[in-house]
Write a new protein. Structure first.
Length: 121
């Protein structure tokens, strides 16, 4: 069976999360794994790699919201003559797209959560 430390190992592969300690990542990994395990379809092996990957995507999305409250995460930075600015809305859309893609990949192992309708113009 997949454990929270397995989910942490997947998260640590991401360059933007490699500086986080396991103790910082573990609570989000535990909650995300519990969410995935609670929503597994009957008969799905809880030890399959897709469970860990889906939990990692869920944990990453939860961590994104936690990092928003960090005081300097989305400010501009000056490096010599160059100013680097981060865009919260753009980063949110990227994180949401990655999260949504992970849930689509996991559709075969997760219970159907109900009706969903999305309209794009």
């Amino acid at each position: 069976m997949v454990e929270a430390v397995d989910v942490c190992a997947i998260l640590k592969e991401h360059a933007d999360l490699e500086n986080f300690s396991v103790t910082e990542l573990l609570p989000a990994c535990k909650r995300a794994l519990a969410f995935v395990l609670e929503n597994l379809r009957d008969g799905v092996d809880p030890g399959c790699s897709l469970v860990a990957e889906t939990a990692a995507a869920e944990a990453r999305f939860r961590l994104f919201f936690r990092m928003i409250s960090s005081s300097d995460r989305f400010k501009s930075y000056k490096a010599g003559d160059m100013t680097v600015q981060r865009d919260l809305e753009k980063e949110f859309l990227i994180e949401k797209e990655m999260h949504d893609e992970a849930l689509v990949r996991a559709a075969g192992i997760l219970k159907d959560g109900g009706f969903f309708f999305e309209a794009r113009s």
